[in-house]
Ligand binder design. Structure first.
Ligand SMILES: [Zn+2]
Length: 128
């Protein structure tokens, strides 16, 4: 591992425990000296644009997961509704409208899903 030129300025490599003052290396969740649980730091500035946009105003993993199912559920709901209307009224433009909404819904669900996956692998959640 090489040391970056101005590592003195980027002091984020290590932090001090708020309870006992012990020096802790980056990524440590629990103080090895006193056992104090450290607050989870999330750095959204390091996220790529698509993840930031996908999880805009969403702070917990639970809610992000919920949005995956809401988007998918709405997509399926409108698809069925549109197909029913299309069949009942014999207006087939409703069917293509339903398919369009379904595609948008599953696209949004996939976006949430991959954003969650990205945060899981590259950052942490402040709330579960
Ligand atoms: Zn400590």
């Amino acid at each position: 591992m090489s040391i970056p030129p101005n590592s003195a300025e980027s002091a984020s490599d290590s932090t001090l425990c708020a309870m006992c003052g012990a020096e802790l290396s980056a990524g440590t969740r629990v103080c090895l000296n006193c056992g104090e649980r450290l607050p989870v730091v999330q750095n959204r500035k390091l996220w790529p644009m698509w993840v930031r946009f996908g999880l805009w105003r969403i702070h917990s993993r639970k809610w992000a997961r919920r949005w995956v199912w809401v988007s998918l559920g709405l997509g399926v709901f409108f698809l069925i509704l549109a197909l029913l209307y299309a069949a009942l009224l014999q207006i087939w433009v409703f069917a293509s409208l339903g398919v369009f909404i379904f595609v948008c819904g599953s696209g949004a669900a996939a976006w949430y899903h991959y954003s969650i996956q990205w945060v899981d692998q590259n950052d942490s959640w402040t709330k579960p």
